[in-house]
Design a binder for this molecule. Structure first.
Ligand code: C5P
Length: 402
Protein backbone atom coordinates (compact mmCIF):
# COMPACT_ATOMS: atom_id res chain seq x y z
CA UNK A 1 0.00 0.00 0.00
CA UNK A 2 0.97 3.64 -0.03
CA UNK A 3 0.46 4.14 3.68
CA UNK A 4 1.83 7.50 4.85
CA UNK A 5 3.36 8.30 1.49
CA UNK A 6 3.09 11.94 0.48
CA UNK A 7 2.11 12.25 -3.15
CA UNK A 8 2.00 15.45 -5.10
CA UNK A 9 -0.40 14.97 -8.00
CA UNK A 10 0.19 17.31 -10.95
CA UNK A 11 -2.69 17.71 -13.38
CA UNK A 12 -2.11 19.34 -16.78
CA UNK A 13 -4.69 20.39 -19.34
CA UNK A 14 -5.91 17.37 -21.27
CA UNK A 15 -9.25 15.64 -21.39
CA UNK A 16 -7.72 12.77 -19.40
CA UNK A 17 -7.70 15.19 -16.43
CA UNK A 18 -11.06 13.69 -15.44
CA UNK A 19 -9.29 10.35 -14.90
CA UNK A 20 -6.95 12.05 -12.42
CA UNK A 21 -9.92 12.37 -10.08
CA UNK A 22 -10.05 8.56 -9.98
CA UNK A 23 -6.28 8.46 -9.62
CA UNK A 24 -6.49 10.74 -6.61
CA UNK A 25 -9.12 8.46 -5.06
CA UNK A 26 -6.93 5.45 -5.78
CA UNK A 27 -3.96 7.05 -4.02
CA UNK A 28 -6.12 7.99 -1.03
CA UNK A 29 -7.65 4.50 -0.94
CA UNK A 30 -4.14 3.04 -0.72
CA UNK A 31 -3.33 5.23 2.27
CA UNK A 32 -1.43 8.11 0.68
CA UNK A 33 -1.63 11.76 1.62
CA UNK A 34 -2.18 13.76 -1.57
CA UNK A 35 -1.78 17.40 -2.56
CA UNK A 36 -2.80 18.54 -6.01
CA UNK A 37 -1.26 21.13 -8.36
CA UNK A 38 -3.20 22.06 -11.49
CA UNK A 39 -2.21 24.12 -14.50
CA UNK A 40 -4.58 26.80 -15.77
CA UNK A 41 -5.69 24.63 -18.69
CA UNK A 42 -6.35 21.65 -16.42
CA UNK A 43 -8.90 23.73 -14.54
CA UNK A 44 -10.85 24.17 -17.78
CA UNK A 45 -11.42 20.42 -17.81
CA UNK A 46 -12.04 19.69 -14.12
CA UNK A 47 -12.72 22.15 -11.31
CA UNK A 48 -10.20 22.40 -8.47
CA UNK A 49 -13.06 21.91 -6.01
CA UNK A 50 -13.40 18.25 -6.98
CA UNK A 51 -9.73 17.60 -6.26
CA UNK A 52 -9.76 19.68 -3.12
CA UNK A 53 -12.79 17.85 -1.70
CA UNK A 54 -11.28 14.44 -2.42
CA UNK A 55 -7.77 15.27 -1.19
CA UNK A 56 -9.11 17.25 1.80
CA UNK A 57 -6.48 19.84 1.02
CA UNK A 58 -6.46 23.11 -0.92
CA UNK A 59 -5.53 22.74 -4.57
CA UNK A 60 -2.51 24.71 -5.77
CA UNK A 61 -3.10 26.52 -9.03
CA UNK A 62 -0.86 29.58 -8.91
CA UNK A 63 2.21 30.99 -7.20
CA UNK A 64 -0.03 32.86 -4.82
CA UNK A 65 -3.61 32.64 -3.61
CA UNK A 66 -5.67 35.32 -5.41
CA UNK A 67 -7.96 35.74 -2.39
CA UNK A 68 -5.54 35.77 0.53
CA UNK A 69 -2.43 36.87 -1.34
CA UNK A 70 -0.64 33.92 0.31
CA UNK A 71 2.52 32.73 -1.48
CA UNK A 72 2.68 29.04 -2.47
CA UNK A 73 6.27 27.93 -2.32
CA UNK A 74 7.14 25.51 -5.10
CA UNK A 75 10.27 24.60 -3.14
CA UNK A 76 8.25 23.59 -0.07
CA UNK A 77 5.82 21.56 -2.19
CA UNK A 78 8.70 19.75 -3.90
CA UNK A 79 10.36 19.01 -0.56
CA UNK A 80 7.10 17.84 1.03
CA UNK A 81 6.49 15.12 -1.54
CA UNK A 82 7.78 11.54 -1.54
CA UNK A 83 6.67 11.32 -5.16
CA UNK A 84 5.50 13.80 -7.78
CA UNK A 85 3.06 12.18 -10.19
CA UNK A 86 2.06 14.23 -13.23
CA UNK A 87 -1.03 12.71 -14.82
CA UNK A 88 -2.09 13.50 -17.41
CA UNK A 89 1.02 15.00 -18.92
CA UNK A 90 0.22 16.95 -22.09
CA UNK A 91 2.65 17.46 -24.97
CA UNK A 92 2.86 21.12 -23.94
CA UNK A 93 3.85 20.45 -20.34
CA UNK A 94 6.18 17.67 -21.44
CA UNK A 95 8.02 20.15 -23.69
CA UNK A 96 8.23 22.64 -20.82
CA UNK A 97 9.67 19.97 -18.53
CA UNK A 98 12.22 19.03 -21.18
CA UNK A 99 13.49 22.62 -21.60
CA UNK A 100 12.87 23.79 -18.03
CA UNK A 101 10.34 26.48 -18.92
CA UNK A 102 9.09 27.49 -15.47
CA UNK A 103 6.05 29.59 -16.37
CA UNK A 104 3.59 27.98 -13.94
CA UNK A 105 3.58 26.50 -10.45
CA UNK A 106 3.51 22.90 -11.68
CA UNK A 107 6.63 23.07 -13.85
CA UNK A 108 8.44 25.26 -11.32
CA UNK A 109 7.74 22.64 -8.66
CA UNK A 110 8.99 19.92 -11.02
CA UNK A 111 12.26 21.79 -11.44
CA UNK A 112 12.79 22.13 -7.71
CA UNK A 113 11.50 18.68 -6.63
CA UNK A 114 14.05 16.27 -5.19
CA UNK A 115 11.69 13.30 -5.04
CA UNK A 116 11.13 10.73 -7.81
CA UNK A 117 8.95 12.10 -10.61
CA UNK A 118 6.42 10.00 -12.54
CA UNK A 119 4.61 11.08 -15.67
CA UNK A 120 1.63 9.56 -17.45
CA UNK A 121 1.47 11.17 -20.91
CA UNK A 122 -1.88 11.53 -22.64
CA UNK A 123 -2.51 12.99 -26.05
CA UNK A 124 -3.80 12.28 -29.50
CA UNK A 125 -2.06 9.47 -31.39
CA UNK A 126 -0.42 11.72 -33.97
CA UNK A 127 0.90 14.02 -31.25
CA UNK A 128 2.24 11.04 -29.30
CA UNK A 129 3.99 9.76 -32.40
CA UNK A 130 5.44 13.18 -33.31
CA UNK A 131 9.26 13.23 -33.37
CA UNK A 132 9.39 16.26 -31.05
CA UNK A 133 7.21 14.55 -28.45
CA UNK A 134 9.25 11.35 -28.73
CA UNK A 135 12.43 13.37 -28.30
CA UNK A 136 11.09 15.20 -25.25
CA UNK A 137 10.03 11.93 -23.65
CA UNK A 138 13.53 10.57 -24.30
CA UNK A 139 14.98 13.65 -22.57
CA UNK A 140 12.77 13.13 -19.52
CA UNK A 141 13.72 9.44 -19.40
CA UNK A 142 17.41 10.27 -19.63
CA UNK A 143 16.98 12.52 -16.59
CA UNK A 144 15.48 9.75 -14.50
CA UNK A 145 11.79 10.65 -14.83
CA UNK A 146 9.66 7.51 -14.59
CA UNK A 147 7.41 7.27 -17.61
CA UNK A 148 4.15 5.38 -17.36
CA UNK A 149 3.51 4.88 -21.02
CA UNK A 150 0.23 5.74 -22.69
CA UNK A 151 -1.89 2.83 -23.80
CA UNK A 152 -3.63 2.07 -27.07
CA UNK A 153 -7.34 2.42 -27.58
CA UNK A 154 -10.12 4.83 -28.31
CA UNK A 155 -9.12 8.47 -27.90
CA UNK A 156 -11.21 11.51 -27.07
CA UNK A 157 -10.77 12.73 -30.65
CA UNK A 158 -12.71 9.70 -31.88
CA UNK A 159 -9.54 8.27 -33.39
CA UNK A 160 -8.04 5.08 -32.13
CA UNK A 161 -4.35 4.51 -31.35
CA UNK A 162 -1.58 5.05 -28.81
CA UNK A 163 -2.02 8.07 -26.55
CA UNK A 164 -4.62 7.09 -23.93
CA UNK A 165 -3.43 7.88 -20.44
CA UNK A 166 -2.68 4.73 -18.46
CA UNK A 167 -5.58 3.69 -16.24
CA UNK A 168 -5.61 5.24 -12.73
CA UNK A 169 -5.28 1.81 -11.09
CA UNK A 170 -2.22 1.00 -13.20
CA UNK A 171 -0.59 4.35 -12.40
CA UNK A 172 -1.19 3.87 -8.67
CA UNK A 173 0.14 0.32 -8.92
CA UNK A 174 3.27 1.55 -10.77
CA UNK A 175 3.99 4.10 -8.04
CA UNK A 176 3.34 1.56 -5.30
CA UNK A 177 5.66 -0.97 -6.93
CA UNK A 178 8.28 1.73 -7.13
CA UNK A 179 8.23 2.25 -3.39
CA UNK A 180 8.16 -1.48 -2.73
CA UNK A 181 11.18 -2.20 -4.89
CA UNK A 182 13.19 1.02 -4.70
CA UNK A 183 15.62 -0.18 -2.04
CA UNK A 184 15.96 -3.78 -3.21
CA UNK A 185 19.44 -3.21 -4.61
CA UNK A 186 20.62 -0.47 -2.27
CA UNK A 187 24.36 -0.74 -1.66
CA UNK A 188 24.81 -3.03 -4.69
CA UNK A 189 26.96 -2.21 -7.68
CA UNK A 190 26.34 -3.32 -11.24
CA UNK A 191 28.13 -3.30 -14.56
CA UNK A 192 26.01 -3.01 -17.70
CA UNK A 193 27.33 -3.12 -21.26
CA UNK A 194 25.16 -1.62 -23.99
CA UNK A 195 25.03 -0.66 -27.64
CA UNK A 196 27.13 -1.74 -30.60
CA UNK A 197 30.89 -1.57 -31.02
CA UNK A 198 32.58 0.09 -33.98
CA UNK A 199 35.71 -1.54 -35.34
CA UNK A 200 37.68 0.97 -37.37
CA UNK A 201 38.81 0.05 -40.87
CA UNK A 202 40.39 3.42 -41.57
CA UNK A 203 39.80 6.90 -40.06
CA UNK A 204 36.35 7.21 -41.68
CA UNK A 205 34.99 3.65 -41.93
CA UNK A 206 34.07 0.99 -39.46
CA UNK A 207 32.43 -2.39 -39.03
CA UNK A 208 29.40 -2.03 -36.76
CA UNK A 209 25.90 -3.32 -36.17
CA UNK A 210 22.35 -2.04 -35.71
CA UNK A 211 22.21 -2.17 -31.89
CA UNK A 212 20.61 1.02 -30.52
CA UNK A 213 21.62 0.57 -26.87
CA UNK A 214 17.98 0.86 -25.76
CA UNK A 215 17.87 -2.47 -23.92
CA UNK A 216 21.11 -1.86 -22.00
CA UNK A 217 20.11 1.69 -21.06
CA UNK A 218 16.71 0.46 -19.85
CA UNK A 219 18.43 -2.16 -17.67
CA UNK A 220 20.82 0.43 -16.23
CA UNK A 221 17.87 2.69 -15.38
CA UNK A 222 15.94 -0.13 -13.74
CA UNK A 223 18.94 -1.18 -11.63
CA UNK A 224 19.48 2.44 -10.57
CA UNK A 225 15.78 2.81 -9.79
CA UNK A 226 16.06 -0.07 -7.34
CA UNK A 227 18.98 1.56 -5.58
CA UNK A 228 22.06 0.09 -7.31
CA UNK A 229 25.08 2.10 -8.39
CA UNK A 230 25.54 1.37 -12.11
CA UNK A 231 28.58 1.53 -14.37
CA UNK A 232 27.15 1.67 -17.87
CA UNK A 233 29.77 0.96 -20.53
CA UNK A 234 28.20 1.83 -23.85
CA UNK A 235 29.30 1.69 -27.45
CA UNK A 236 28.30 4.51 -29.82
CA UNK A 237 24.62 5.39 -29.36
CA UNK A 238 22.41 8.46 -29.51
CA UNK A 239 21.14 7.72 -26.00
CA UNK A 240 22.31 9.49 -22.90
CA UNK A 241 21.63 9.58 -19.18
CA UNK A 242 22.13 12.18 -16.48
CA UNK A 243 21.03 9.99 -13.60
CA UNK A 244 23.27 10.40 -10.57
CA UNK A 245 23.34 6.64 -9.88
CA UNK A 246 24.54 5.82 -13.38
CA UNK A 247 28.12 6.42 -14.43
CA UNK A 248 28.14 6.40 -18.22
CA UNK A 249 31.42 5.34 -19.83
CA UNK A 250 31.37 5.78 -23.58
CA UNK A 251 33.57 3.54 -25.69
CA UNK A 252 33.94 2.82 -29.40
CA UNK A 253 35.55 -0.57 -29.94
CA UNK A 254 35.23 -4.04 -28.41
CA UNK A 255 38.76 -3.80 -27.05
CA UNK A 256 37.94 -0.57 -25.19
CA UNK A 257 34.74 -2.10 -23.84
CA UNK A 258 36.74 -5.18 -22.79
CA UNK A 259 39.33 -3.21 -20.84
CA UNK A 260 36.70 -1.14 -18.98
CA UNK A 261 34.64 -4.24 -18.20
CA UNK A 262 37.73 -6.07 -16.89
CA UNK A 263 38.59 -3.15 -14.63
CA UNK A 264 35.05 -2.65 -13.29
CA UNK A 265 33.90 -6.26 -12.86
CA UNK A 266 35.91 -7.11 -9.70
CA UNK A 267 34.23 -4.18 -7.87
CA UNK A 268 30.62 -5.05 -8.72
CA UNK A 269 28.02 -7.55 -7.50
CA UNK A 270 26.57 -8.22 -10.93
CA UNK A 271 27.13 -7.66 -14.63
CA UNK A 272 24.49 -7.59 -17.33
CA UNK A 273 25.98 -7.78 -20.78
CA UNK A 274 23.54 -6.34 -23.28
CA UNK A 275 26.09 -4.97 -25.74
CA UNK A 276 26.24 -6.29 -29.28
CA UNK A 277 30.00 -6.69 -29.41
CA UNK A 278 31.66 -7.18 -32.78
CA UNK A 279 33.24 -10.62 -32.86
CA UNK A 280 35.95 -9.53 -35.28
CA UNK A 281 37.97 -6.40 -36.02
CA UNK A 282 40.24 -5.49 -38.92
CA UNK A 283 43.74 -6.81 -38.22
CA UNK A 284 45.11 -3.42 -39.10
CA UNK A 285 43.59 0.01 -39.08
CA UNK A 286 44.75 2.13 -42.02
CA UNK A 287 46.11 5.46 -40.83
CA UNK A 288 44.74 7.26 -43.88
CA UNK A 289 41.51 6.80 -45.83
CA UNK A 290 41.73 3.72 -48.05
CA UNK A 291 41.63 4.79 -51.66
CA UNK A 292 39.32 3.24 -54.19
CA UNK A 293 41.12 1.12 -56.79
CA UNK A 294 40.21 -1.21 -59.62
CA UNK A 295 41.02 -4.22 -57.44
CA UNK A 296 38.72 -5.90 -54.92
CA UNK A 297 39.53 -5.00 -51.36
CA UNK A 298 40.22 -7.73 -48.83
CA UNK A 299 40.13 -6.85 -45.14
CA UNK A 300 41.71 -9.36 -42.86
CA UNK A 301 39.70 -9.74 -39.65
CA UNK A 302 41.01 -11.00 -36.32
CA UNK A 303 39.00 -12.16 -33.31
CA UNK A 304 37.94 -9.70 -30.66
CA UNK A 305 38.09 -10.66 -27.01
CA UNK A 306 34.87 -12.22 -25.73
CA UNK A 307 34.03 -9.91 -22.83
CA UNK A 308 31.37 -12.20 -21.42
CA UNK A 309 33.59 -15.30 -21.49
CA UNK A 310 36.48 -13.39 -19.92
CA UNK A 311 34.24 -12.17 -17.05
CA UNK A 312 32.75 -15.65 -16.73
CA UNK A 313 36.27 -16.97 -16.05
CA UNK A 314 36.97 -14.56 -13.20
CA UNK A 315 33.43 -14.54 -11.77
CA UNK A 316 33.34 -15.07 -7.99
CA UNK A 317 30.62 -17.12 -6.32
CA UNK A 318 29.10 -13.94 -4.90
CA UNK A 319 28.79 -12.38 -8.35
CA UNK A 320 26.04 -12.69 -10.92
CA UNK A 321 26.56 -12.66 -14.69
CA UNK A 322 23.69 -12.22 -17.12
CA UNK A 323 24.09 -12.38 -20.87
CA UNK A 324 22.02 -11.88 -23.97
CA UNK A 325 21.65 -14.02 -27.04
CA UNK A 326 20.23 -12.78 -30.28
CA UNK A 327 19.70 -15.76 -32.50
CA UNK A 328 18.20 -16.41 -35.89
CA UNK A 329 18.13 -20.21 -35.70
CA UNK A 330 18.60 -23.09 -33.20
CA UNK A 331 17.87 -20.48 -30.53
CA UNK A 332 17.54 -22.68 -27.46
CA UNK A 333 20.43 -24.98 -28.22
CA UNK A 334 22.73 -22.02 -28.88
CA UNK A 335 21.54 -20.24 -25.73
CA UNK A 336 22.29 -23.30 -23.58
CA UNK A 337 25.76 -23.63 -25.09
CA UNK A 338 26.44 -19.97 -24.38
CA UNK A 339 25.42 -20.29 -20.74
CA UNK A 340 28.05 -23.01 -20.28
CA UNK A 341 30.76 -21.34 -22.31
CA UNK A 342 30.40 -17.92 -20.67
CA UNK A 343 29.40 -19.06 -17.16
CA UNK A 344 26.17 -17.03 -17.17
CA UNK A 345 23.66 -17.29 -14.31
CA UNK A 346 20.97 -16.89 -16.92
CA UNK A 347 20.70 -15.72 -20.48
CA UNK A 348 18.10 -13.47 -22.06
CA UNK A 349 17.24 -14.95 -25.40
CA UNK A 350 15.65 -12.88 -28.11
CA UNK A 351 14.95 -14.25 -31.48
CA UNK A 352 15.05 -12.14 -34.60
CA UNK A 353 12.14 -14.26 -35.83
CA UNK A 354 9.82 -12.58 -33.33
CA UNK A 355 8.08 -9.51 -34.69
CA UNK A 356 8.82 -6.45 -32.54
CA UNK A 357 11.95 -7.99 -31.01
CA UNK A 358 15.58 -7.07 -31.50
CA UNK A 359 17.51 -4.03 -32.71
CA UNK A 360 16.26 -0.46 -32.78
CA UNK A 361 12.64 -1.11 -31.80
CA UNK A 362 11.13 -0.14 -28.42
CA UNK A 363 9.75 -3.61 -27.74
CA UNK A 364 11.26 -7.00 -27.11
CA UNK A 365 10.08 -10.57 -26.68
CA UNK A 366 12.40 -12.62 -24.55
CA UNK A 367 12.89 -16.00 -22.92
CA UNK A 368 15.13 -16.47 -19.90
CA UNK A 369 17.18 -19.65 -20.07
CA UNK A 370 18.85 -20.97 -16.91
CA UNK A 371 21.86 -23.30 -16.48
CA UNK A 372 19.47 -26.06 -15.33
CA UNK A 373 17.75 -25.89 -18.71
CA UNK A 374 14.67 -24.29 -17.18
CA UNK A 375 13.04 -21.60 -19.32
CA UNK A 376 10.76 -18.66 -18.70
CA UNK A 377 9.06 -17.15 -21.76
CA UNK A 378 7.54 -13.65 -21.75
CA UNK A 379 5.10 -11.98 -24.15
CA UNK A 380 6.02 -8.95 -26.28
CA UNK A 381 6.73 -6.04 -23.91
CA UNK A 382 8.37 -2.62 -23.95
CA UNK A 383 12.11 -2.67 -23.33
CA UNK A 384 11.49 -0.88 -20.01
CA UNK A 385 9.18 -3.73 -18.95
CA UNK A 386 11.68 -6.35 -20.12
CA UNK A 387 14.32 -4.54 -18.04
CA UNK A 388 11.99 -4.78 -15.03
CA UNK A 389 11.58 -8.53 -15.58
CA UNK A 390 15.35 -9.01 -15.86
CA UNK A 391 16.10 -7.02 -12.71
CA UNK A 392 13.29 -8.78 -10.82
CA UNK A 393 14.92 -12.10 -11.76
CA UNK A 394 18.30 -10.80 -10.57
CA UNK A 395 16.80 -9.69 -7.24
CA UNK A 396 15.17 -13.11 -6.87
CA UNK A 397 18.47 -14.96 -7.43
CA UNK A 398 20.31 -12.55 -5.10
CA UNK A 399 17.74 -13.10 -2.34
CA UNK A 400 17.79 -16.87 -2.77
CA UNK A 401 21.56 -17.07 -2.43
CA UNK A 402 21.64 -14.99 0.76
O1 C5P B 1 28.36 -15.33 -28.51
P1 C5P B 1 27.38 -14.22 -28.60
O2 C5P B 1 27.98 -12.96 -29.19
O3 C5P B 1 26.09 -14.56 -29.23
O4 C5P B 1 27.05 -13.90 -27.05
C1 C5P B 1 26.21 -12.87 -26.68
C2 C5P B 1 26.51 -12.44 -25.28
O5 C5P B 1 27.90 -12.31 -25.07
C3 C5P B 1 25.94 -11.07 -24.99
O6 C5P B 1 25.63 -10.99 -23.62
C4 C5P B 1 27.09 -10.15 -25.36
O7 C5P B 1 27.02 -8.90 -24.70
C5 C5P B 1 28.28 -10.97 -24.93
N1 C5P B 1 29.50 -10.77 -25.74
C6 C5P B 1 30.61 -10.16 -25.18
N2 C5P B 1 31.77 -10.01 -25.90
C7 C5P B 1 31.84 -10.47 -27.15
C8 C5P B 1 30.73 -11.08 -27.76
C9 C5P B 1 29.57 -11.22 -27.01
O8 C5P B 1 30.54 -9.73 -24.03
N3 C5P B 1 32.96 -10.31 -27.84
Amino acid sequence: MLQDKKILLGVTGGIAAYKSVYLLREFVRRGAQVKVIMTGMAQQFVGPLTFSALSRSPVFTDFFDQNTGQWHSHVDLGLWADAFVIAPLTANSMAKMAIGLADNLLITTYLSARCPVFVAPAMDLDMYAHPSVKKNLEILLSRGVHVIEAGEGELASGLSGKGRMAEPQDIAEFVQQFFLSSQELAGRKALVTAGPTYEMIDPVRFIGNFSSGKMGFAIARELARRGAKVFLVSGPTALTTDEPNIELIRVTSAQEMYSHAQKIFPQVDMAILAAAVADYRPAEQAQTKIKKSDQDLVIHLVKNPDIAASLGKIKRSDQLLVGFALETDNELRNAREKIQKKNFDFIVLNSLRDKGAGFGVDTNKVTFVFPSGEQKAFPLKTKAQVAQDIVTQIVKITNESR
